[in-house]
Design a protein around this ligand. Structure first.
Ligand SMILES: [Zn+2]
Length: 338
């Protein structure tokens, strides 16, 4: 019996190779900026060296999205490098290193913040220079707004209109300066909601979050995950594990909305294809707290924190080791906004 299941597993992995991409998010590459959102130039170089030494394929976000949209398997061990918030050190420090390694990457920028010119941000000449050097320039909303829900006193319709204007104005400005128009929106603070995803989708945009996880063919294109690689995540041991993650094949997320409406702690309910991990090895966490997944049927589990989540942003993470790919973990993260 054991032998039979082993052969089944080999057959499955030959027919449906387990492949996934990982998208990394950076902000600062500097040693005099807040540690939580920074890597030093030396750390950043060590990340790039690690990718090279271990044969990860660093691809552009355009290439990954084309594979996903066409339903092709994503490039194996693919890594996409991204930067948010357009800090000047992206141009002065990160850009030369990325050019040295010949790695494509994307910057998500908020044109309104660049226009204001306050803070250590890129100016438009630098953005144009990076674009001319082949850097992909994409949308981080006009003013880096909290986008997930209406402000106090704002109707749903007013909120939608304001968000639409922010997204389209930012896209137009980026196109005007760089000639690039990708229609990729990285949600500021990683905050999104089902209503925002609907708008993003209606506008023909891709939506990108800041919750962790690998990207595979069942990933939803209005909430692609990214792993943070700065601060306490800058360590190579930590990065090495994140780079070896796989995307669960989620068949139903039961309409989960990151914005906590009524019941807190919220419940995450997921239906999955279970072909390359053991149900017993699924582990879920809220921060460092271990949560107990409850299996509702053969392929569906639910999980909740034991205490209400505090105000602001939090996450549930669920992982399970891959059976076919040694040293790799499936990884799913659900962001919450309270
Ligand atoms: Zn941002």
């Amino acid at each position: 019996m054991k032998l039979l299941s082993f052969f089944c597993l080999v057959l499955i992995s030959l027919l449906w190779p387990v492949q996934a991409a990982v998208m990394l998010i950076y902000h600062h590459v500097a040693s005099d900026t807040p540690r939580v959102s920074s890597v030093t130039a030396e750390e950043f170089r060590s990340h790039l060296q690690y990718l090279k030494a271990h044969q990860f394929q660093v691809i552009g976000l355009d290439v990954l999205l084309q594979q996903l949209r066409q339903g092709k398997p994503v490039a194996d061990n693919a890594v996409v490098i991204t930067f948010d918030d357009s800090y000047e050190n992206n141009f002065t420090t990160a850009h030369p290193l990325l050019q040295e390694f010949g790695y494509p990457y994307t910057i998500f920028i908020s044109p309104g913040s660049i226009d204001k010119g306050d803070g250590p941000l890129l100016n438009w000449q630098q953005v144009k220079q990076m674009s001319d050097d082949g850097v992909l320039v994409a949308n981080h909303a006009m003013w880096h707004e909290h986008m997930a829900r209406p402000e106090a006193g704002e109707s749903q319709a007013q909120w939608r209109q304001r968000m639409k204007q922010s997204i389209l104005a930012a896209e137009d400005k980026i196109e005007q300066v760089t000639g690039q128009r990708h229609q990729w929106l990285a949600y500021p603070y990683g905050e999104y909601s089902v209503a925002l995803e609907q708008l993003v989708s209606e506008l023909g945009f891709i939506g990108i979050g800041q919750h962790s996880g690998a990207i595979g063919n069942s990933s939803v294109l209005t909430r692609l995950p990214r792993f943070p690689a700065a601060g306490r995540y800058a360590d190579l041991t930590d990065l090495a594990q994140k780079l070896r993650t796989l995307a669960f094949t989620v068949t139903d997320d039961h309409g989960v909305n990151p914005v906590i409406a009524d019941s807190n702690p919220p419940q995450l309910k997921l239906s999955l294809t279970i072909d390359d991990f053991n149900r017993q090895q699924l582990q879920c966490f809220a921060g460092t707290k271990v949560l107990k997944p409850v299996w509702l049927d053969d392929d569906t589990f639910s999980v909740s924190a034991t205490k209400p989540l505090s105000a602001g942003r939090s996450r549930y993470n669920c992982t399970a080791p891959s059976l076919s790919k040694k040293g790799y973990f499936y990884w799913y993260s659900q962001p919450w906004l309270n």
